[in-house]
Design a protein around this ligand. Sequence first.
Ligand SMILES: C[S@@+](CC[C@H](N)C(=O)[O-])C[C@H]1O[C@@H](n2cnc3c(N)ncnc32)[C@H](O)[C@@H]1O
Length: 266
Amino acid sequence: MDNFRKYREQNRRLWDEITPLHYEHPDYKVAEFLGGENIIYDLMLEEIGDVRGKDMLHLMCHFGLEPLSLARMGANVTGIDFSQEAIRYARSLAESAKLDARFIESDIYDSPLQCDALFDIVYSTIGVLCWLNDLDAWAGIIARFLKPGGFFYLLEDHPIALMVSDDWEEGDIYFHKEEPVEWPGSADYSDPSYKRKNSAFEWSWSIGDVISAVAGAGLRIDFYHEFPFALHKSRTDFEERDGKWWLPGKEDLIPLTFSLKATRVE
Ligand SMILES: C[S@@+](CC[C@H](N)C(=O)[O-])C[C@H]1O[C@@H](n2cnc3c(N)ncnc32)[C@H](O)[C@@H]1O
């Protein structure tokens, strides 16, 4: 058992707790999805291109809205997540929407034991890096799941955005530390009036850590982009414009989101 499994196990309990809350929350747009709307970041679609006929793996897929939207667009999708509740909701959502998709319940660090397929595109979106205690192992797993010529795509909150809070808190750090920061009973991002019963144990990773881990796994970095808007309302002072969240009066000062694409060349 690795030293950090105990923290990931606590995090898994938290995700089992909050998945039903997210499923019901209007921001997640389950009703719209069931009504035929695809719930997927436009920015991601612009950056990865046509997904029709592509074998795609969503690592840390939550309850499956994004992979199922991609399935509706013609991709062959697999989603992996360690939350039993997330996978249960994802499978039932696939059934309700009459979409074909494979969902695997697994800690990401155990996932190569649960799935031996290779994919054209492996991807993850918003809110994943903070749950990972070992980025080199993570990048190795991504490379292991890619077909030669396939690529990895990551769309994520920028670490700078996560540390700029109005009142500096102890966990607001940029550089990685081995031990996670515990956030006990914090408010949930989907509904700030909901106080979580389980703690979150989170790690910070710098942009250098992310790029070095991906390059270190033998992938060729195709691009690294930074954007001055967030893709979800992670701060109370954000203002929404065209589905994106901006810091009013500070629109061009700091990056709030980043994306990265990297290819398995051989
Ligand atoms: C913020 S959500 C993913 C965001 C996704 N873009 C969404 O909003 O639907 C993070 C997901 O990572 C999963 N997760 C966290 N740690 C994990 C781990 N070690 N292995 C697999 N899944 C994990 C959680 O269960 C959760 O579903």
